[in-house]
Design a protein around this ligand. Structure first.
Ligand code: NAI
Ligand code: MG
Length: 393
C-alpha cells in the first residue's frame, strides 16, 4: 500500500525545494501519495492562523510530514499584515513549526551534520605545521524540541501573580525596583520526562550506529536547575551503555571546540535552544544551511524539514538559485524513519557523487553572493542540481 505523505511547502524557498525532494523520491522508486497542506505566513495574513486546523488534521491522519520552510516576522509586523477583517480580534502570531512540534509533541529533533567528501564548503583547519587538514565531521545533534527556553512561556509586563512568584525568589532582589512594563521574562522549563526521552534517544542512536561517545552539552555550572537536571539524567543513563563514553561540555566551550576538534564528537544532546545553536554551528562545518537536514520525531507524528528558513530574498528569483540538498537529505531521513533505508542510502550516495565530482554546484557551493548573476559564474539552478542527483541515482 502506498504511503501518504503530508507535503507542507510553506513560504519562500520552501515552495521551491519541497517539490524538488519529491522529484527525487519519485526517481528513487519510493511509492507514495503527497497531500498538499497549508502552512505559513499567507494563512496567518488571510485566516489569522499560520497552522490551520485542516493541516493539523491531515498530519494526525497520515502521521508523516515533509515540510519546506515558513516565514516568521516580529509581533508588530505580524499584526500589521493581518487581513483588516481580522484585526482587533485578539489574534496573535505564533510560529507554526514551533506550534506543530508542540501540538504533536515532536520532542525528538535529530540533526545530522556529516561532511561530504569534496564539498568546497567543508571546514578546513591549519595543523600548525603549515598544512591544512580537512576534518571529516560525523556528528548527530539531538535537540529537545518542545520545552526549555523555547517553551513559549514568557511575558512582557508580567501579570501580578507571575511577578509575585518571582518576588519569592531570593535572587529577585536585583530586579525588585524595575517597573513592571520594563520587564521581559522568558522561562527555561525542563522536565524529567522530556529530558529522559531525548537523552535516551541519543544513546539509542549512538548504540545503533556505533558512535563511541554521547556528549551532553549544557551549562550546569550556571543553569544549575535545568542543565543540572539534564546532566544528572545523562550520567545515570550512561551506566546502561558501557561501550559509549559520556562526555559533558558547556555550550560556550563547545562552540569554541567546534573548530578545534569537531571530528571527535559523535552524538550530542542538548536542550531546545542549545541544540538549535550547536546544530547550526556544526552545520557550518559541513556546508551550511544548504546541507542541513532534520527530523522532528514524536510518538505518533513525525515531520522532516531542512533547518534553513524561507530565505525571502531569493524567493522571487526565477530560475531559483537555492540548494535543494538540505531538503532532499531531510526526505532521506523520512525514508530512514519508515524503513526505506536502502532508498535513502542510494539518494545520499548520489548526492555524495555529485558533490565530489564538483561539476554541478549551486551558488552557495561556489561561495558566491546570491543573486541572478550567479549563473554567469557557473552556478547551477535548483532544478539542475536535482536533475544531476537524479541522474546519479
Ligand atoms: P534563512 O535560513 O531563510 O536564510 C539565511 C540565509 O541562508 C539565506 O539568505 C541564504 O543566504 C542562505 N540559505 C538558506 N537556505 C539556503 C539554501 N537552501 N540554499 C542556499 N542558501 C540558503 O534564515 P533567515 O534569513 O534568518 O530567515 C528568513 C525567514 O525564515 C524568517 O522569516 C525566519 O523566521 C524564517 N525561518 C524559518 C525556519 C523554518 O521554517 N524552520 C527556520 C529559520 C528561519
Ligand atoms: Mg535554528
Amino acid at each position: 500500500m502506498n504511503k501518504t505523505i503530508v507535503a507542507m511547502p510553506g513560504d519562500g524557498i520552501g515552495k521551491t525545494v519541497l517539490p524538488e525532494s519529491i522529484r527525487v523520491l519519485n526517481a528513487v522508486g519510493f511509492e507514495a501519495e503527497y497531500v498538499h497542506s497549508d502552512i505559513g505566513w499567507d494563512f496567518w495574513c488571510k485566516e489569522g492562523n499560520a497552522l490551520p486546523q485542516r493541516t493539523i488534521a491531515l498530519l494526525a491522519k497520515h502521521k508523516i510530514g515533509l515540510f519546506g520552510a515558513i516565514t516568521s516576522k516580529p509581533k508588530d509586523a505580524a499584526e500589521k499584515e493581518l487581513d483588516p477583517s481580522l484585526k482587533g480580534k485578539g489574534l496573535s502570531y505564533f510560529s507554526p513549526i514551533v506550534g506543530m512540534r508542540q501540538h504533536f509533541n515532536l520532542d525528538i529533533c535529530i540533526r545530522p551534520c556529516i561532511s561530504i567528501k569534496g564539498n568546497p564548503l567543508n571546514f578546513i583547519r591549519k595543523d600548525g605545521k603549515g598544512n591544512y587538514t580537512e576534518p571529516m565531521v560525523n556528528t548527530v545533534i539531538f535537540r529537545q524540541n518542545t520545552e526549555g527556553l523555547y517553551s513559549g512561556i514568557e511575558w512582557t509586563n508580567p501579570p501580578k501573580n507571575v511577578r509575585d512568584a518571582f518576588e519569592s525568589h531570593p535572587k529577585w532582589k536585583a530586579f525588585k525596583d524595575v517597573p513592571n512594563e520594563e520587564l521581559a521574562i522568558s522561562t527555561r522549563i525542563v522536565t524529567k520526562n522530556a529530558s529522559t526521552r531525548i537523552i535516551r534517544a541519543a544513546f539509542e542512536y549512538a548504540k545503533k550506529y556505533g558512535f563511541k561517545n554521547v556528549t551532553i552539552c549544557e551549562k550546569p555550572n550556571v543553569l544549575r536547575e535545568t542543565s543540572g537536571m539534564m546532566l544528572k539524567i545523562a550520567k545515570e543513563m550512561s551506566k546502561e551503555y558501557s561501550s559509549i563514553a559520556l562526555w559533558d561540555t558547556n555550550i560556550d566551550a563547545q562552540m569554541m571546540w567546534l573548530t578545534k576538534n569537531p571530528e571527535d564528537y559523535g552524538v550530542i544532546v542538548a536542550e531546545n535552544m542549545f541544540g538549535d545553536i550547536i546544530s547550526d554551528g556544526f552545520a557550518g562545518l559541513v556546508g551550511g544551511l544548504g546541507f542541513a537536514c532534520s527530523a522532528n520525531i514524536g510518538e505518533e507524528v513525525s515531520v522532516f524539514e531542512p533547518t534553513h528558513g524561507s530565505a525571502p530574498k531569493y524567493q522571487e528569483l526565477n530560475p531559483s538559485i537555492v540548494n535543494p540538498i538540505a531538503m532532499i537529505l531531510s526526505a532521506c531521513m523520512m525514508l530512514d524513519h519508515i524503513g526505506e533505508t536502502e532508498k535513502a542510502d542510494r539518494i545520499r550516495k548520489a548526492i555524495a557523487k555529485v558533490v565530489e565530482e564538483g561539476k554541478v554546484k549551486t551558488y552557495d557551493m561556489m561561495k558566491l553572493k546570491g543573486g541572478p548573476e550567479v549563473f554567469k559564474h557557473g552556478a547551477c539552478t535548483t532544478q539542475q542540481m536535482t536533475d544531476e542527483i537524479i541522474s546519479n541515482l
